[in-house]
Design a protein around this ligand. Structure first.
Ligand code: NAD
Ligand code: ZN
Length: 445
């Protein structure tokens, strides 16, 4: 175990009386509390705690508690994937303090994305167990490691599976969000700083997932993978901007960039595809053709501006031919949000020659090979791909949250289910049955 972890605190709370906390903030430094020094509570920090986070307080025998776990190992609950495809198990884990350029987050809400399911099923993916999955979440900074200056305890944040170091050529480029240091890496399972995990059970390390591992009450994340957002934004809604919705919406508005009046096909009408359709609607597309194998997706898709629906199973010819016939030669833009290689190829081949652009978003199985005739490119079709809708997480996501706050972007319609953390496996069932768009998992601190 890491020597810097410090002592494990099972119940790391400081008690202040209500009246003291409420009425005498300026004199907080004078509290004669023997633990004060080691707990290192600054006035600013306490103030931010008081202003922003009523959820960090709980009343117990007439006293209010302030969590101060800075520099300590935290024991908390996490949902551990021990084996591929087996239900997650809620375990007590130890979460080490954040090291250089890391922050430890208290997760309040997380949700399930298809990418978690792929790496849990581990059918077409490399994966590692035991692991704490989860990458779509909202939370509050609990403590920060050495060198972190732009985040402080109490900040409201969204962790993101791909990061932004702000120093590499990608971060300096306006075109790329593929940070050299922090781009998505599904095979790592440990922190970049020292190649170790911050999670353990009785000293046995548990692997991280895409640098976020949000299926835990507390997690440690690189500072470059954290977007600081408006503290007034409801975390139980905006948490879905930390992956799926920003990914789909950004794939359309930042990458496919349909012109007003154009025709857009969206392959896969899960959360990511519906967010891509929302992007097409906002961009003024006149036709939005949803393509999905599951006929139940049609009704819901209409709420997201999908104007026509095609189920490839209803035809005995390739769906790209069906789309070309429907649109006089092909769609102007297509966005693939399924992760299936056949859909990726169809999404490319269904765009109009001369100007059509296809954007791949789905995460393919590790053995997938994209095959198409080169003449499809010669005929002036463009194929692109994107992670996280081309958004730079730290620089761009706060503004996407503001779009929700200004009612330019609706999030409620994506949230179809909610479960408490103890029932996290139900979220997997809802997704596997095709019932849910997004299921919010409420942490039970
Ligand atoms: P989801 O499972 O909720 O939705 C996928 C949809 O695709 C389902 O409705 C399914 O019926 C449909 N589908 C499957 N195969 C199809 C086919 N051959 N043709 C047409 N439709 C088909 O998943 P989601 O959470 O919306 O995620 C979608 C994809 O995006 C996944 O592959 C996920 O891993 C990926 N993803 C990528 C990024 C990124 O940054 N690139 C980020 C998040 C998610
Ligand atoms: Zn995701």
């Amino acid at each position: 175990m890491n020597q810097n972890m410090g002592a494990v605190l099972a119940s790391p709370m400081v008690f202040f009386t209500k009246s003291l906390v409420r009425s005498s903030l300026p004199s907080i430094h004078s509290i004669n509390n023997p633990q004060e020094k080691s707990l290192n509570i600054s006035h600013t920090r306490l103030h931010s705690v008081l202003e922003n986070k009523p959820s960090q307080f709980s009343c117990k025998e007439g006293k209010e508690e302030i969590s101060s776990t800075d520099g300590q190992v935290i024991r908390c609950k996490a949902a551990v994937a021990w084996e591929a495809g087996k239900p997650l198990v809620i375990e007590e884990v130890e979460v080490a303090p954040p090291q250089k350029m890391e922050v430890r987050l208290k997760i309040l809400f997380t949700s399930l994305c298809r990418t978690d399911v792929y790496f849990w099923e581990a059918k077409g993916q490399n994966t590692m167990f035991p692991r704490i999955l989860g990458h779509e979440a909202g939370g509050i900074v609990e403590s920060v490691g050495e060198g972190v200056t732009e985040l402080a305890p109490g900040d409201h944040v969204l962790p993101v599976f791909t990061g932004e170091c702000r120093e590499c050529a990608h971060c300096k480029s306006e075109e790329s969000n593929m940070c050299n240091l922090l781009r998505i890496n599904t095979n790592r399972g440990v922190m970049i700083h020292d190649g170790k995990s911050r999670f353990s059970i009785n000293g046995k390390p548990i692997f991280h997932f895409v640098g976020t591992s949000t299926f835990s009450e507390y997690t440690v994340v690189h500072v470059g993978c954290v977007a600081k957002i408006n503290p007034l934004a409801p975390l139980d809604k905006v948490c879905i901007l930390s992956c799926g919705i920003s990914t789909g919406f950004g794939a359309t508005v930042n990458v496919a960039k349909p012109r007003k009046g154009s025709t857009v096909a969206v392959f896969g009408l899960g959360a990511v595809g519906l967010a891509a359709a929302e992007g097409a609607r906002v961009s003024g597309a006149s036709r939005i053709i949803g393509v999905d194998m599951n006929p139940n997706k049609l009704q819901r898709a209409k709420q997201f501006g999908v104007t026509e629906f095609v189920n490839p199973k209803d035809y005995n010819k390739p769906v790209q031919e069906v789309l070309a016939e429907m649109t006089d030669g092909g769609v102007d833009r297509s966005i693939e949000c399924t992760g299936h290689i056949d859909a990726m190829i169809s999404a490319f081949e269904c765009v109009h020659d001369g100007w059509g652009v296809a954007v791949l978003v789905g995460v393919p199985s590790k053995d997938a090979v994209f095959k198409t005739h080169p003449v499809n490119f010669l005929n002036e079709r463009t194929l692109k791909g994107t992670f996280f809708g081309n958004y730079k997480p730290r620089s761009d996501i706060p503004a996407v949250v503001e779009k929700y706050m200004n009612k330019e972007l609706e999030l409620e319609k994506f949230i179809t289910h909610q479960v408490p953390f103890s029932e996290i496996n139900k979220a997997f069932d809802y997704m596997l049955n095709g019932e849910s768009i997004r299921c919010i998992i409420r942490m039970e601190h």
